[in-house]
Design a protein around this ligand. Sequence first.
Ligand code: HEM
Length: 169
Amino acid sequence: MASLVLGVLGTLTGYLLYSFAETGVLWVKALHIVFVTSWFAGLFYLPRIYVNLAMVPEGDEGESERNRLLLMSHKLYRFMTPLMMLALVFGLWLWLGFGVGMPAQGNGWMHAKLLIVLVLLGYHHVLGRQLKRFKAEANTHNHVWYRWFNELPVLLLFAAVILVVVKPF
Ligand code: HEM
């Protein structure tokens, strides 16, 4: 019985290693797209919560709503940070591991995309800093500011996807 189980496990492992050797880049790209999409769900939704937080009346009147929105923001930020890291790990694996987007010559799209990724990382960091400020009741921006702030990831997503799919330069 044990040798049968070992045989099946061995065959399965062999098949997975073979199929990964053959189609690994596609598995990694699929996971990259899944985690990029999940990260963006947070990048779109968290600033929207901040729009509402910035409209909550100060003092006791808004306390329960403020606490509810703060808890939602805290959980969402904690959830979307590992998703960001996984999106980056699989993206770097595609670029540095499989060499997609290499060499630098003729792959200007990859450098422009990396610039956008740096801006997105900065945006993610600002979301965390603003969360700390809301928790300390030290937020200085109003809901209109957050509505404009909320539009930036939309523009960055458009640019990054067009660069990586169309590869215009
Ligand atoms: C360190 C960060 C990142 C690196 C190194 C990276 C690298 C790559 C590479 C090398 C590919 C394969 C391109 C190809 O097959 O032609 C790719 C695919 C892709 N990346 Fe990224 N990426 C990163 C972050 C992102 C971000 C933040 C987004 C979204 C805004 C994104 C969206 C995509 C999409 C949609 C694809 C699939 C394109 C296709 O199927 O043709 N990536 N990425």
